[in-house]
Design a binder for this molecule. Structure first.
Ligand code: KIV
Ligand code: NA
Length: 279
């Protein structure tokens, strides 16, 4: 498969071909997403929760994101790679954001970055785009601002709130984003925004009218312990946690009962050499 880039994505959008985006947080999760033909692999800051066990995404540091980005970059050969700028690493000024974004390109080996926010991020997005860094926008529910939003809540449920999200999406498009994530808004609102934009929209909890879709890999493959509640928009396509659990439990049984390793898992020694050893 040829390497996906911003031009490839533009062509897909023009043809009406949905764009597939999947998160990854390490070498294996990047490798499988790339092998399964994802157009874009996103190293989302959601890895703070799904890979590092943090309460929310606000705790994760730039250095930690960069470590994960580097791991993913070694696995992804075809997909376009995007790294999520973490909370606190881009809000102070466009030059702060540019400094962080450059680290994501050079140290994280990403091809572009994602930034949460709307109209207020226009000068920042422009600074990055001017420097030649592709920027993916992110409007609607912006998890890094959950405390200001009053939690993980659906956005755009009133016409005035929906109009603000539309204004945000148009603003980040004007600033130069190559695409924009729309998170947790009613499908009708996301469809209206998609129709009014010339760049692709990538939906998550935003219905089937977007130009593409993204999910958090650990959620959609079912790689989390039982009892954890998922957002309504997640479709669980697999049962990886229970597969891992079964395998590790079987190993435990085998070891406790001396059923593993079998001879087929061992290295041979010649009989004449064995005969020289003490018995
Ligand atoms: O952090 C993340 O994984 C994201 C995507 C779900 C859009 O921001
Ligand atoms: Na994120």
């Amino acid at each position: 498969l040829a390497k996906v880039n911003v031009i490839t994505l533009k062509h897909m959008h023009k043809k009406g071909e949905p764009i597939t985006v999947m998160t990854a947080h390490d070498f294996p999760s990047g490798h499988v997403a790339d092998a399964a033909g994802m157009d874009v692999v996103l190293v989302g800051d959601s890895l703070a929760m799904v890979a590092m066990g943090m309460e929310d995404t606000n705790e994760i540091l730039v250095e930690e994101m960069l470590l994960h980005c580097r791991s993913v970059s070694r696995a992804v050969k075809s997909a376009f790679t995007i790294g999520d700028l973490p909370m606190g690493s881009y809000e102070i000024s466009p030059s702060q954001a540019l400094g962080t974004a450059i680290r994501f390109i050079k140290e994280g080996r990403m091809q572009g970055v994602k930034i949460e926010g709307g109209r207020e991020m226009v000068p920042t997005i422009k600074a990055l785009v001017t420097a030649g860094i592709p920027v993916l926008g992110h409007v609607g529910l912006t998890p890094q601002r959950q405390h200001a939003l009053g939690g993980f809540r659906v956005q755009g449920k009133s016409s005035s709130s929906a109009m603000r999200i539309l204004a945000d999406a148009l603003a980040v498009q004007r600033a130069g984003c190559f695409a924009v994530v729309i998170e947790a808004v009613p499908p009708q609102v996301a469809t209206i925004i998609t129709d009014m934009l010339s760049i692709p929209t990538i939906g998550i909890g935003a219905g089937n009218g977007c130009s593409g879709q993204v999910l958090v890999q650990s959620d959609m493959i079912g790689n989390f312990p039982p009892g954890r509640s998922l957002p309504k928009f997640v479709k669980k396509y697999g049962n990886v946690w229970s597969e891992s659990f079964k395998a590790i439990e079987a190993f435990r049984y085998d070891v406790k009962n001396r059923k593993y390793p079998g001879v087929e898992h061992t290295y041979p020694i010649a009989q004449n050499e064995l005969d020289k050893l003490p018995t």
